[in-house]
Ligand binder design. Structure first.
Ligand code: OGA
Ligand code: MN
Length: 295
């Protein structure tokens, strides 16, 4: 088995081929993991997985998150990005709340940055893809960090960002009820993240990033918006057009992604996401006090 690695862009991402994702030795997985740490996004084509196989492959990276109440796959290891109703197998109506909710994925974000225990990475597998639309776009906040001038890097060092799921969903007009709010309290993480393997720095930003602790509200907003805009300039992003059987693993510490539209009235799209937690992050940078306790 020869692991082949082809860069997706000059700055980030790699397509890995020549291996069977469902039968990886520890040795080959170590190589996959090393490419992940370096490149932030792994693409595997013609790598079909069923749910059980996806869980097994995902657990090689670390412990899995359990999905919270607002996703259709609540209580499982899966977040389902789909316009197909799980029970009936039919396409949902275009005005279904669950479709509306998924519009939040069309904002640039990293997954689970609003959780106290952040995520290492996510794995998304394409089970059914529409013939047009429904691509996923990716950007690198490590490439962004590298492109910043020394003064900005210095200004950002030590900054702590508050990430809030209720805030980011409100941006697309989805307002959490009290139960959803209580299930998703805001969390704080260092803006500048350092990869413990490569030592390379990246920024934890994206739609959930609400403010920078201790900064005036408007200055924090301007900085976060500016960083996001720079990271996602059209010539810096990678657009992935899905084929059934594709799997992508993205580093939630160092990359951003967003969904793009497709015609939900005409086509079916079923993507299964597993989310791998990063409990060691809290050991690396410590845990910030609970927002409720701090305020
Ligand atoms: C996700 C996500 C984008 C997409 O699964 O976390 O943002 O294109 N998906 O489905
Ligand atoms: Mn996502």
């Amino acid at each position: 088995m020869i692991l082949r690695v082809i860069p997706l862009t000059p700055h980030f991402g790699a397509e890995i081929s020549g291996i069977d994702v469902n039968a990886l030795s520890n040795e080959v997985f170590a190589d996959v993991r090393a490419v992940f740490e370096e490149s932030g996004i792994l693409l595997f084509r013609d790598a079909p997985m069923n749910d059980d196989q996806q869980v097994v492959f995902s657990e090689r990276f670390g412990p899995l998150e359990t999905t919270v109440s607002v996703n259709p796959a609540v209580g499982t290891a899966f977040a389902r990005q789909s316009n197909i109703d799980m029970a009936s197998g039919e396409a949902m109506d275009a005005d279904d709340q669950r479709i509306f909710y998924q519009k939040g994925n069309m904002l640039w974000h990293a997954d689970s940055t609003f959780k106290k225990t952040p995520s290492l990475c996510s794995m998304l597998t394409a089970r059914e893809v529409p013939p047009e639309g429904g691509a996923t776009e990716f950007a690198s906040t490590r490439a962004l960090y590298d492109s910043l001038d020394a003064a900005t890097k210095k200004q950002l060092e030590g900054c702590v960002v508050e990430h809030d799921f209720a805030y980011s969903r409100s941006l697309v007009g989805f307002h959490f009820n009290d139960v959803q709010k209580a299930e998703n309290p805001p969390a704080r993480h260092p803006l500048v993240q350092t990869n413990p393997v490569t030592g390379k720095k990246s920024l934890m930003i994206g739609a959930h990033a609400k403010t920078i602790i201790g900064w005036p509200e408007d200055e924090a907003r301007t900085m976060l918006d500016d960083l996001l805009a720079r990271a996602t300039e059209p010539d810096r992003i990678h657009v992935h057009h899905w084929r059934t059987g594709d799997a992508i693993v993205w580093d939630n510490r160092a990359t951003l992604h967003r969904a793009t539209p497709f015609d939900v009235t005409k086509h079916r799209r079923l993507m299964q996401r597993t989310t791998i937690a990063n409990p060691s992050a809290l050991a690396e940078y410590g845990q910030y006090p609970d927002i409720s306790a701090a305020n």
